[in-house]
Design a protein around this ligand. Structure first.
Ligand SMILES: O=C(O)c1cc(C(=O)O)c2c(n1)C(=O)C(=O)c1cc(C(=O)O)[nH]c1-2
Ligand SMILES: [Ca+2]
Length: 558
């Protein structure tokens, strides 16, 4: 039956999440994917055993973390389902399910999880809906429309709950969408504001788009979808959000820098106003979205304040930035490649602006080979930051490149509009490659690599979680493994083969003083797409079996 009691989620709790809970996608507003729990440690992690598992009954890629509030777990699945489960025992409390409308399809049918606020659970539907559910019963309280799926937009993101607002951005960067985020009132579902990633003519930044001529309307279909959850600076009340790739991918069909494509933006959560930005690369022509916002860190070394934003971006560079407290500016600090990038000839040490190798910049009817490929040094999976050690853990993919030649496509609402057909993309793997996927541990204070793990036979699509006991947990490989590593040395300490491959972020919680680790196994979407390609071409293992299952682990007796 329904829950008798439920602990409401307040601003105070979201700002300082209790160690026993995992109240939002990345565990805290800063985006750390870190648990303060430390019962499971390097000495005892070998005793980790599954305590329960639960088949969601759904296929397609499961990218939602298990969100936990006071012993209640919420898991979103592809195809518009949400499960509420007793976190310690695996007993189902309720299941919410909503059918897609007739004729609906989306390029990525996946979901990156729920948001919690008050006594409700919020979930985005691929068909452009944002739905509020009663946390006790799973019954719908309100539903609002975020985007128009007939136009090619769809939702995969987890919403972000800030100050009683539910904030979410749709996808559609390959369908000629003009990206945006919207905020809704958590109680009523009333739409409060919309913030576009691409300025309209006359707005600041519009001068970076064609003003006249053949491409003068490029801004209306210019991409820049804001399809991953943002991070939030609670103390200073500033939201940091990521902006995706340019549309079409071919940059010469939208001459100019194209703000705020491939940028991080700082926004006022009250109004959605963009206060400042940093653009990682201008006139994106590589599908190198900057959809993940930087991780907010607070580091001091030798009495010196360190840069307060860090991220491994899809373009293959690791960036450190400094934001003004009030969000009014974002300064470049430094950048270095963490995988091979053959496009950037240099990066201006003052501004961070790259110069390009034209030989690696595709254009209309101009085929060029570039590295990393569209999936980047790192696609959407979350990096993790351990505040005790100052180490950033980056799930990465290296040694992959691709070539394409752009063409002018007519934009038809709802249809593919990348300026190249998917079957004409030529993905190549570097001759004699030793690995593709891996994990890099990077000291945030120096950007020096501390260790790296590499996967000879797999890409890595696994978000990372780090713990107060200095372990990291990650899946992401095609062999269905879920693993624990020593965060300092990178030594593999434990692994467990699940039903399918893991592309959902691991989380941790405790009930009655006992620590658990949760992860959802369920291979699909781009991880599966690229593995099919590797199987055909390099004889890799065929795809991991499909099917979503929630796994929960705890220490056993031996
Ligand atoms: O431009 C966009 O709007 C957009 C959306 C999404 C998505 O919503 O999942 C992906 C991408 N782009 C993308 O470029 C990409 O590589 C990608 C991988 C995945 C995935 O779930 O495995 N989604 C997406
Ligand atoms: Ca994209």
């Amino acid at each position: 039956g329904p829950l008798e009691s439920y602990k409401p989620v307040t601003k105070e709790r979201m700002s300082n999440p209790e160690p026993e809970n995992w109240l939002m996608a990345k565990g805290n507003y800063a985006g750390w994917s870190y648990t303060p729990l430390d019962q499971i440690n390097a000495k005892n992690v070998k005793k980790l055993k599954p305590v329960w598992s639960f088949a969601t009954g759904v296929t397609s890629g499961h990218e939602a973390p298990a969100i936990i509030n006071d012993g209640v777990m919420f898991v979103a699945t592809p195809y518009n389902q949400v499960l509420a489960i007793k976190a310690a025992t695996g007993e189902q409390i309720w299941r919410y399910k909503r059918e897609f409308p007739e004729g609906f399809s989306a390029f990525h049918v996946t979901n990156r999880g729920v948001a919690l606020w008050g006594d409700k659970v919020y979930v985005g539907g691929a068909d452009c809906k944002l739905t509020a559910l009663d946390a006790k019963t799973g019954k719908q309280v309100w539903e609002s429309t975020v985007c128009d799926w007939n136009d090619g937009a769809y939702i995969t993101s987890a919403p972000v709950a800030v100050n009683g607002k539910i904030i979410i951005g749709p996808s559609g960067g390959e369908f000629g969408i003009r990206g945006f985020v919207k905020a809704f009132d958590s109680e009523t579902g009333k739409e409060l504001w919309t913030s576009y990633a691409i300025p309209a003519p006359g707005e600041p930044g519009s001068e970076t788009w064609p003003q006249d001529g053949q491409w003068k309307d490029a801004w209306k279909i210019g991409g820049g979808t804001m399809w991953m959850p943002g991070n939030y600076d609670v103390k200073n009340d500033v939201l940091y959000w990521g902006v995706g790739n340019g549309s079409p991918w071919v940059g010469d069909q939208r001459p100019g820098d194209n703000l705020y494509v491939a940028s991080s933006v700082a926004m006022d959560p009250e109004t959605g106003k963009i206060k400042s930005h940093f653009q990682y690369h201008w006139n994106d022509s590589w599908d190198w979205a900057a959809m993940n916002p930087p991780t907010l860190i607070d580091l001091e070394k030798d009495g010196q304040k360190q840069p307060n934003l860090i991220s491994a971006q899809r373009n293959g560079y690791l960036y450190r930035l400094n934001h003004a407290k009030d969000g009014s500016k974002i300064d470049f600090v430094d950048a270095r490649p963490y995988v091979k990038n053959n496009v950037f000839k240099s990066v201006d040490p003052k501004t961070g602006r790259p110069t390009y190798n034209e030989e690696a910049t595709p254009g209309t009817a101009k085929e060029r080979m570039y590295c990393p490929s569209i999936w980047g040094g790192k696609d959407w999976p979350y990096e993790a930051y351990n505040p005790n050690t100052g180490i950033l853990y980056v799930p990465f993919n290296d040694n992959h490149c691709m070539a394409y030649a752009g063409k002018v496509q007519e934009r038809v609402p709802g249809q593919w509009y990348a300026g190249v057909e998917p079957q004409d993309i030529k993905v190549t793997i570097e001759d004699g490659f030793k690995y593709i996927g891996g994990i890099q541990a990077i000291d945030a204070a120096t950007t020096k690599e501390v260790w790296r793990e590499t996967y000879p036979g797999s890409w890595n699509w696994g978000s990372i979680m780090t713990t107060a006991s200095d372990l990291i947990f990650a899946g992401g490989t095609n062999d269905r493994m879920f693993r624990a590593y020593d965060g300092k040395s990178g030594d593999l300490l434990w692994e467990f083969k699940t039903n399918s491959g893991i592309i959902s972020p691991p989380t941790s919680f405790s009930v009655d003083g006992k620590q658990y680790i949760a992860v959802v196994s369920g291979w699909g979407v781009d991880a599966a797409w690229v593995q099919d390609l590797m199987a055909d071409r390099y004889g890799w293992e065929k795809n991991a079996p499909q099917g979503g299952t929630v796994w929960v682990f705890a220490l056993g007796d031996d």
